[in-house]
Design a protein around this ligand. Structure first.
Ligand code: OXD
Length: 313
């Protein structure tokens, strides 16, 4: 460890750096808002606090020991260029409440038939032929039951929903009435009224949600993807949506972001597109996680929330 380690904060929002609470021994905080600013600071950095750091700059990161990820997913951080000795830490406990409201909000949009009543309102039509439905009694299958999934499960259960979970090994979890290993995912999908994707993007999960998974869903079921676009086979999803083999999809993440204006998903009636906002990162929310780990780092104590680089999450 350098006597006064350098923390490089890589983000355009300066509040991330302003909220770094420096313990007594001190650190030097450097800020980079752009890739070229980062290029001139990375060689000094022992600690990197960043969102989507440019991988080509790791070649110069000779002193780097620890990367604290801002944001929920760590796939962008676990690139081959990142030196193997660097510890990566995530920020759990922050995104679950946001994403739970997103998921339950859009599930309610479906069951409360919000689109239908708004359309009727625009036409000044008193349409009382269709009644809303209830979330209570519906089944939500959450694929990827980490800390975010458990929070979504808690909120969904509070509304009377039945929650099934899918995880790598399918180990029992209090959050779900029943857990399934990923090899038996189709069984959990068959029962779902809402399927929520929350798996990390890894070599194993890329494209995991393809024709078989979509084919296992009920024609009345909705898919909600708040994981990564690439866990779903986009071609299979477009086909399932076009042929109405599933009721619809609420998509916050895409293969290509921003979603190109010519993309067919924009114009599909049974698709809701949101611009990757389901779990926003704020400097205020992540600062306590970083500052706690910074104090540990400087005291040579083990860091918390360390990512298993081999597993990819
Ligand atoms: C993410 C995020 O990792 O938005 O996708 O935090």
């Amino acid at each position: 460890m350098q006597s006064r380690p350098t923390v490089l904060v890589y983000h355009a929002d300066r509040r991330y750096a302003e909220l770094v609470r420096v313990p007594r021994r001190g650190v030097t905080v450097r800020i980079a808002a752009t890739s070229s600013e980062a290029a001139s600071a990375i060689a000094e950095a022992e600690i990197l606090y960043a969102w989507k750091f440019p991988p080509q700059l790791y070649a110069k990161a000779g002193r780097l020991k620890w990367l604290q990820v801002m944001g929920a997913g760590v796939d962008w951080a676990l690139v081959p260029e990142l030196p193997p000795s660097v510890q990566v830490t995530r920020a759990p406990g922050i995104f679950g409440p946001w994403m739970a409201e997103y998921v339950v909000g859009w599930c309610s949009w479906v069951t409360q038939r919000m689109k239908l009543y708004r359309d009727a309102q625009r036409q000044r039509r008193w349409d009382d032929h269709v009644l809303p439905d209830r979330l209570a009694g519906k089944t939500m299958t959450i694929v990827g039951l980490g800390d975010i999934g458990r929070e979504i499960a808690r909120v969904a259960r509070g509304l009377g929903m039945r929650v099934l979970g899918v995880s790598r090994r399918g180990r029992p979890a209090r959050a779900a009435a029943r857990m399934y290993p990923v090899t038996a995912m189709a069984q959990a999908l068959r029962e779902a009224d809402f399927v929520v994707l929350l798996l990390p993007l890894t070599v194993e999960t890329r494209g995991i949600f393809g024709p078989d998974a979509l084919g296992a869903m009920k024609p009345t079921a909705w898919l909600i993807n708040i994981a990564r676009g690439a866990v779903v086979s986009e071609a299979a999803l477009l086909e399932a949506l076009e042929q109405k083999r599933i009721a619809g999809a609420v998509l916050d993440v895409f293969d290509r972001e921003p979603l190109p204006p010519s993309h067919p998903l924009w114009r599909m009636d049974n698709v809701v597109v949101t611009p990757h906002i389901s779990g926003p990162s704020t400097p205020e929310a992540i600062a306590p996680v970083f500052n706690d780990n910074l104090a540990r780092y400087l005291a040579a104590r083990p860091l918390r929330h360390v990512v298993d680089r081999a597993q990819g999450y």
